[in-house]
Design a protein around this ligand. Sequence first.
Ligand code: BEZ
Length: 253
Amino acid sequence: MSNPRPKRPNDWDVEQYEGRHAYVWNFGASLIEILAPQPAERILDLGCGPGQLTAQIAESGAIAIGLDKSPAMIAQARINYPKLQFRLADGASFRVDEPVDAVFSNAALHWMKQPELVATCVWRALKPGGRFVAEFGGQGNVRAIVEAISAASGETESQWYFPSIGEYATLLERVGFAVTNAVLFDRPTPLAGEDGLQDWIKMFADPLLALKPVEERPEVIQRVEETVRPKLFRDGVWYADYKRLRIIAHREP
Ligand code: BEZ
């Protein structure tokens, strides 16, 4: 019997990520409309992944800088968009050389489990009055999937940060932001193909399976599928039960 893998996030499988999870940045496009980047603004894309949204921000004429903790993601972003700037850095400890007009973040903050440190870094990176426009998993995100995996695997410790509006807005205010808009909304997210849920679990929820030996994991995933099928499988398509927290805040001038 092989040992369970250690419970730590591995670096990303970027090929799988780009190939089967394009919805991550496709949904992020509407957040760029809210960001409304202007020519010559300096904008940091925090948790930029392989860079698709950084590139969309740059199309406006803004100077976009992508930042990610994953070496594999940053390497791919540099291949995808060689003319743009990408930096390898941790969201909980980064610093910028020159303050920016805005920090943007899509589908990344829920991976950063030291949110107060992250918010402090964002605040420090911004010019006074600068804006923070972010969307990520909020309270109750992927609840049905996580509960089913926990029941099947025995692992109950969450690897994500999914705060409520009250919790996150309070944290931002404590750090020195004025929160001007916050909304928590359901966004059922279609997953590609018949194996969509399996692919999602393998890509994102691996640590929740860590207590199980590798050879038992396919059976665990199958049990998860059976549990959530009535709720999350409709007309031949799997939907992840995403709940997004979208937030706009400004660094106090
Ligand atoms: C999300 O975008 O909400 C998400 C993605 C992967 C794992 C957990 C949450």
